[in-house]
Design a protein around this ligand. Sequence first.
Ligand code: AMP
Ligand code: MG
Length: 308
Amino acid sequence: MRRWIGILLVVMLLGGCTVREQTAQETVFAMDTVMDLRLWGEDAKKAIPFMKEEITALENTWSATKQDSLVGRLNTGGAVLPQDAHSFLQRAEELWTRTNGAFDPRLGGYIRAWGFYNEEYRVPTETELQQAPAQWDLGGIVKGYAGDRLTEILDTLDIDRAILNLGGNVQTYGEKPDGSLWNIAIQNPVGGEAIGTVSVRGTAAVVTSGDYQRFFEVDGVRYHHIIDPKTGYPAESGLSSVTVICRNGLTADALSTALYVMGLEAGAEFWRQSDDFEAVFILQSGEIYATEGAGLSGCEYEVIFREK
Ligand code: AMP
Ligand code: MG
C-alpha cells in the first residue's frame, strides 16, 4: 500500500510539473558584465535565444569601444541612423535636458581621456579635458534600455514572470504566483553583505550607479567612471551609490547616473519635482537615504519626504 501511495505521489508531482511552470536560467557575458536571466512560463526556454540575440545586437550597435559599432561610426564621421536608433538617441537627449545636463550622452571624449575604453587608465591634464571632443557614449543607459527591450520580447511570448540581472541593473517582469513582491538586494558599496533590499511589484527596473563599479587608483586617489559633465572629472558628490526604481529601464539607468552626479540634496529636489521614480542614496559616510516610496527594508535610513 505504502508503495502505491509513493508511486501516486510521484505521478502527481510529475503531472504538476507539466502544468505551465517551466523555468529557464542562462548566464550571458555581454556589455562588459555578467548577466543572469531567469524566466518562468510556458515559453521560458524558447525566450532565451531571442533575448541573447537582442543583447548581442544592442551591444554591437551601442558599444563605444567597437570601431564598427553604430556609435563608433557616429563618432568618426556620420552614419545613417535606423529608426529605432534614432528614437533611442532622442530619448537620451530628452534625459540630458530633463537632468539639466547631469546625464550627458555625449561625454565619450572624457571617458576616452581617462582610459576607460582601452583600460589604459591615466589622469588626463586639464587641457586634455578641455579639448576632449563631444562624442556619443551611451554606456550610462544601454543596460537599462536592454531591460526594456527584453521585456518587450517577453510580452510577445507566454512568460509568467522573469528576473533579469543585467550587471547592476535588475529588471523584473510580471507578478509572483503568491502575490509577493520581488526583493532586490542593494549592494554595500564598500563590500560585504547587501545593505538591504528594495521590494517592487510586477514589471520594474532597479538600477544602481556606484563609484565601486569601475574605477582605478593613482597615488591612493580613486578615479571612478561616473563623470561630472561640468568638469570632466569623476563626480564628487559625497555619494557612493544611487539606486533608482522606475517602471522604465532606460529612464532608471539615466537617472541613477544623473542623481549620482547631482548628489543627495539636488537629487532629492529633483525627485520632488518628478513622479516616475523612487531612489536610494548611499553616502560615502555610510549613511543611507531613501525616498518615501522606495520600499527599502533591512537597514536603518532617513526617509526623504515629498513635502519638506
Ligand atoms: P552607469 O553605470 O549607468 O552609471 O553608467 C556609467 C557609464 O556611463 C560610464 O561607464 C560612462 O560610459 C557613462 N557615463 C559616465 N558619466 C556619465 C554621465 N554623467 N552621463 C552619462 N553617461 C555617463
Ligand atoms: Mg546609468
